[in-house]
Ligand binder design. Structure first.
Ligand SMILES: Nc1ncnc2c1ncn2[C@@H]1O[C@H](COP(=O)(O)OP(=O)(O)O)[C@@H](O)[C@H]1O
Ligand SMILES: [Mg+2]
Length: 222
């Protein structure tokens, strides 16, 4: 089977005022379609930075990245934007909901960005997602009327509404109780089983990590 992700980073540099920080030195990652990968490593090692690179949010690093068989250097900005919207689903820690929109509107936002020329909305799939993570009762509410767990689930639903080929989750269960944690993990794995979605999960939780096909340990550069 060919790789869906073939990433080789020489380094990622964050420039600060006087110093610079170099992370992800000589890091390589190969992922096959439909694989479930967990990424673990201590805080500050570069897990979130790595997800940003995998998800095409950050292209400022040295290295080579082939995604879906195309060298990402050769992609136009419009293609990158389209892939981010349609092929890669993000469930990121910091991705907040928009307070002025209802939960349903928030979840459907990526459909709106995708434009109207194609009909991306699949009512049946939407129903499935909503039922699986049990948020039907809060669809008409605004984020400020929801609990933390409900908001996390809504962020998750928004991340997968485009039925992406890859789901990138940054500690999706960090602030959740056991029940909500199981809902999210079960839905991730259900996406993997039903649609062969490739799953890449950053997690501190070793029990969650070990339920993936492979665990990648990120280590600090020497
Ligand atoms: N935008 C940024 N500018 C400067 N430094 C950053 C930036 N984002 C992250 N860093 C630094 O890069 C390192 C890796 O960060 P991050 O990828 O968030 O690690 P992790 O997710 O593993 O905790 C940390 O030392 C962090 O402070
Ligand atoms: Mg992080």
């Amino acid at each position: 089977m060919t790789n869906i992700i073939d990433l080789s980073i020489r380094e990622k540099v964050y420039k600060k005022k006087k110093t610079q920080l170099s992370i992800l030195n000589n890091f390589k990652l190969e992922v096959k379609a439909g694989e479930k990968i967990a990424i673990v490593g201590e805080s500050g090692v570069g897990k979130s930075s790595l997800l940003n690179i995998i998800g095409l949010l950050d292209t400022d690093y040295s290295g080579e990245y082939t995604l879906f068989g195309s060298l990402t250097d050769n992609l136009h900005a419009s293609e990158l934007a389209q892939w981010r919207n349609q092929k890669v689903g993000f469930v990121l820690q910091e991705s907040a909901l928009i307070d002025s929109l209802t939960i349903e509107e928030n979840i459907k936002l990526p459909l709106f960005y995708a434009g109207t020329e194609k009909n991306f909305f699949e009512p049946e799939y939407f129903e499935n997602v909503i039922n699986a993570i049990e948020i039907k009762s809060i669809l008409k509410k605004k984020p400020l009327e929801c609990s933390g767990g409900e908001k996390s689930r809504a962020v998750f639903a928004r991340g997968i509404i485009m039925k992406p080929q890859i789901i990138l989750s940054d500690e999706p269960t960090a602030s959740l109780d056991v029940e909500n944690r199981e809902r999210i993990i079960n839905l991730l794995f259900k996406m993997n089983e039903e649609f062969k979605t490739t799953i890449i999960t950053v997690t501190h939780d070793l029990e969650v990590a070990n339920r993936h096909d492979k665990v990648v340990h990120l280590e600090r550069s020497k």
